[in-house]
Design a binder for this molecule. Sequence first.
Ligand code: CA
Length: 421
Amino acid sequence: MRGGFPPSHLLLRALCLLGCGLFGILPTNAQTNTVWLEGFEVHPTRILAKLKGGEQTANSTDLATLGSRVSCQYRTPRLVLLDEAVANAAAITTPGGSDERLTRLQTRLASLKSSGLFEYVEPDYIVKSDAEPTDQAFQEGYLWGLRNLGQNGGTAGADISATNAWDITTGSTNVIVAVIDTGVRYTHKDLASQMWVNPGEIPGNGVDDDDNGFIDDVHGINAISRSGDPMDDDDHGTHVSGTIGAAANDGNPHVGVAWQVRIMGCKFLGPFGGTTSDAIMCIDYAVEMGAKILNNSWGGGAFSFALFDSINNAGDAGVLFVAAAGNNGINNDLQPHYPSSYTSENIIAVAATDRNDQLADFSHYGLQSVDVGAPGVSIFSSISTSDTAYDFFDGTSMAAPHVSGVAALILSEYPTADLLS
Ligand code: CA
């Protein structure tokens, strides 16, 4: 062990040695090869499953006869990612028709379920960001969510009262917020000074200095490419990051809820969405590397035991999971939206409000399943097209980071606070 890092870092490496992280042999164009299964978009070859406890275990021969092999393990004990057995793997790179791949997936799901080896077996659901970009004029009343004086037809005071919070604290660089999203443009002028820097990694030396399974993961990871570069290629995560913690008083136009904070980029979403298994890899990484707040401005798919287990596993480590409630105007009490609708105690589900403190017309809601509303209409923040680019976005995706920012302020003022209670 080098650099005096805690033993938990070795755990992640051990997990990644089993096939994910640096040693992944899966194709990375997952989002373009999806299939539809029982009304949900899913990865064509990946399956998430949890082995039964006790003496019963699956070995590689067992799995091969079921058409599968273990390609990743996670922090949650006995949770595994199964891909097609090696003999079939070549078929993925020269995909046939969707029907053929769907049939193969269904066959493997059925064999694994009937094997008796697993607590649960489920497809790897595709999830999407919960944002709706808009093209509103740059000059229109920006940052009303932090301080609303009634500009642009808004209601004075319909904001998160950030200025009152800033009288008490503007944050702490000891607080790490992971943005589990499309990545972060960590070179953006309003974000570069706010990024988490992995203390155990020497930038650009091509070595996994801290033995955590990722080479040169200075600011986070890209779970899609299994690399240490969380650069954003789709704006969304950079926008979310700016709301949480764009730098203050630095000559650049934006300022986040938390002025002092460290933002960790965990990329798993691309332009077409991302997989549940890659989201789990991001959750595990963020928890291992010390993030106490995870911002999750995304959702979709059916109930996933694997994701639910992983969120609870983060909760066991005292990590808060802030989740966007969804953007289709639905009551989540009647029709759940995951991950925000999981019953995990560490989840805060966030609806979007407008500049008049009204629920945004697109926002999901739910007396039981949604916890709080936050600004999510015409939200100004940084985007990833350049180091000086900004735009206005709408969405519960934009509401969630206001809550993550507030959580960061609370944790900086009360470092020993239990964010889960
Ligand atoms: Ca590393």
